[in-house]
Write a protein that binds this ligand. Structure first.
Ligand code: ZN
Ligand code: ZN
Length: 286
């Protein structure tokens, strides 16, 4: 499908929603047990007498948001995703007080603060303003949680985003992902002392997230075992802290083909992994 056709299909789907009867049908299905209801149940919920007219609107939604089953109608995954996007983003606190984290800034030694603004969490040093994490989090996820639980939930949520993006699957629309590697700070030549950032961008929806190399290998069996043997549960390291375990030697070894060499230092020992441009671990030494 080319871009023009995708845009047209998205526009057509939004147009389907610009009708009260059709919105009422979707609503009735969202509120039905297991998102399934019969023709009669839906017709009653919507309050429409004319069966022919009602059938017309159901047919319009079919294939995009709903599908016919033996027992009636049910949502397609797209219909449910639409509801979840609204449910998560239109209710819940718009802001929360800054949450102090157990992780300290590697430069200033003060605790990082987790701030929530415009539906995005930002883990940042209050002194030097360096950002250790910046990722979207729906407002709905702030409800019924203490500040500590919100930080934990944001970490769990973001780890899954990172794992999916790294594995080449967009966490928002399931499409393919492109990874861009850049060396920042230092002299920018990819030599020692440069910090490597990876920007993962969805090829379809444009969703993106910037990560550090260690975040992408923190769940690799060699890293988990290396940490475990030194008394640390690597799977419990918050994603905003992962970069702290990268040694100075972590660097972009080559641009073409891309090779990032990540060195993790713990208890005086080192583990080195090589990543290729598809985010695959090619080599482990340690
Ligand atoms: Zn700082
Ligand atoms: Zn996407």
């Amino acid at each position: 499908m080319n871009e023009g056709r995708i845009d047209a299909a998205v526009w057509d789907a939004f147009q389907l929603l610009a009708n009260e009867t059709r919105l009422k049908i979707l609503y009735a299905l969202w509120n039905a047990p297991e998102w399934t209801a019969t023709f009669t149940e839906l017709k009653e919920a919507v309050g429409m007498r004319d069966s022919g007219q009602f059938q017309y609107h159901l047919n319009e939604l079919s294939g995009t948001f709903v599908r016919k089953t033996d027992g009636g109608y049910t949502h397609l995954a797209g219909g449910i995703a639409l509801y979840r996007a609204m449910l998560g983003s239109v209710t819940g606190p718009e802001s929360v007080a800054s949450i102090p984290l157990d992780t300290t800034c590697s430069t200033c030694g003060v605790p990082l603060m987790l701030q929530y603004e415009h539906q995005v969490f930002d883990a940042r040093c209050p002194d030097c303003e360096e950002t250790a994490s910046n990722a979207p989090f729906l407002r709905g996820g702030l409800e019924n949680r203490s500040n500590e639980d919100r930080a934990t939930a944001f970490d769990a949520w973001t780890r899954r985003l990172v794992a999916l993006l790294r594995d080449g699957v967009c966490p928002w629309c399931a499409s393919t992902v492109t990874h861009d590697f850049s060396a920042v700070e230092g002299d920018g030549t990819g030599s020692e002392g440069d910090e490597i950032h990876i920007t993962h961008t969805c090829d379809r929806c444009g969703g993106f997230l910037r990560t550090t190399p260690v975040e992408n290998v923190i769940d690799h069996p060699a890293v988990v075992a290396f940490c475990y043997d030194r008394g640390l549960d690597g799977t419990a390291i918050p994603h905003w802290e992962a970069a702290e375990y990268a040694a100075e030697e972590t660097r972009l070894v080559s641009d073409d083909p891309v090779e990032v060499r990540i060195t993790i230092r713990l208890a005086g020992d080192e583990l080195t992994l090589s990543l290729d441009e598809e985010m695959r671990v090619r080599d482990v030494e340690g």
